[in-house]
Structure formats: structure tokens, C-alpha cells
Ligand binder design. Structure first.
Ligand code: ADP
Length: 188
């Protein structure tokens, strides 16, 4: 099974992505983690991405697509993927679909983690204290939420129109959210 997880920063994509990937034996592909690994390793890609991420902007589509699509293809040849953080815009979704259709790796379900704005801010600033991610400061968070509204939120309609979307109330406990997601995923 192939699953996409979309949601604003702080909606719990990372937490739920990891849980679901473990429970369903899927490959957890978190684009933020993949990019941070490139930054830490000091690769050319990482050097290009670092400043963009620190500002809360999106790295260029071609960069993220070249990074993630080979992994999508490989995971599809195994038990499937749990994609967390990609696609993040309709342009990325269109290009990802074109490529995924070539190797029969399109998603089976899209989960939208829905959380009210004040709860998102609270969670991210709490995470800033415990994890120290450099993009978890107040200014960048405001920008990441704006980027989400402008670039990523239109994906909700895009996937609803394709009959793939399941909206989950993610302002509940981690266990409750996981249960709700498992309940809406197609049975395989
Ligand atoms: P969050 O969803 O909490 O903002 P992520 O770890 O998913 O955190 O992403 C961190 C940053 O990595 C984003 O702000 C963006 O700069 C970059 N990034 C992640 N995924 C993508 C993507 N699909 N396209 C472009 N940039 C991305």
C-alpha cells in the first residue's frame, strides 16, 4: 500500500508517519528528514537547501523530486511507501503523479491531518524547546504556515477531486489519531 500524509507544520506528520510505517511495514519517506540528512552530510544538495529551509520556504521542485522519486519507486517494489512532507504543492503532485504512473506507484490513500492554528503554534514552539530545530522559531513558523496555506493546502482539493482524500482530526492524542487513520485506510 502507498500512502501520502499531508498536513501543516506541527500536525504530527512525523510522529504518525513513523507509527504507521512501523505498523503497516511501509517505508517511511519524510522529505524534511531526507533534506536535513543532506544538510548534516554537507552535500551539494544540502548546501543549497540549508538556507531555504531555515527561511521556511520550499526547496525547488526539481531538487525534491530527484531526491524522493527514486526512493518512492524502490519502496513501491517492496511493501509500499508512507510519504510524509511530499508532495507539498499541486505542481509537485502533478509531476510526482506523472512519474509514479510510469512505474505504477501512485498513492492508494491520502491522509490530511487537520489541526487548528493556535494548537499548531503551541506544538511547534514546544518542539523548539525540546528538539532545537533551527526552523522552529516564531518568525519561521509563521512563514511555514503561510507557505502551507498558499502552496500545500490546495492539495486537499486536488486529492479530494481524485477520491483519495481522508481528513482526520489530528488535534487529539497520538493514539487516537493513529486509530482514526488506520480506520480510514483501504483494507488490503
Ligand atoms: P514541517 O512540515 O514541520 O514544516 P518538514 O520536516 O516536513 O517540517 O520540512 C522542513 C522543511 O523542509 C520545509 O520547511 C521545507 O523547507 C523543506 N521541505 C520538506 N519537504 C519539502 C518538499 N516536498 N518540497 C519543498 N521543500 C520541502
Amino acid at each position: 500500500m502507498n500512502v501520502l500524509l499531508i498536513g501543516p507544520p506541527g500536525s504530527g506528520k512525523g510522529t504518525q508517519g513513523k507509527r504507521l510505517a512501523d505498523l503497516l511495514s511501509l517505508e517511511h519517506l519524510a522529505t524534511g528528514d531526507l533534506l536535513r540528512a543532506e544538510v548534516d552530510a554537507g552535500t551539494e544538495l544540502g548546501r543549497k537547501a540549508e538556507e531555504i529551509m531555515a527561511d521556511g520556504e520550499l526547496v525547488p521542485d526539481s531538487v525534491i523530486i530527484d531526491l524522493v522519486m527514486p526512493k518512492v519507486r524502490a519502496a513501491n517494489n517492496r511493501n509500499g511507501y508512507l510519504l510524509d512532507g511530499f508532495p507539498r504543492s499541486v505542481d509537485q503532485a502533478v509531476e510526482a503523479r506523472r512519474l509514479a504512473e510510469e512505474y505504477d506507484a501512485t498513492p492508494d490513500a491520502v491522509i490530511y491531518l487537520d489541526v487548528p492554528r493556535d494548537e499548531l503554534k503551541r506544538r511547534i514552539l514546544a518542539r523548539a524547546e525540546s528538539e532545537g530545530r533551527i526552523d522552529d522559531n516564531e518568525e519561521t513558523v509563521t512563514n511555514r504556515l503561510r507557505v502551507f496555506d498558499e502552496a500545500t493546502a490546495p492539495l486537499v482539493d486536488y486529492y479530494r477531486d481524485r477520491g483519495l482524500l481522508h481528513t482526520v482530526d489530528a488535534a487529539r492524542t497520538e493514539d487516537e489519531v493513529t486509530e482514526s487513520i488506520l480506520a480510514v485506510l483501504p483494507k488490503t
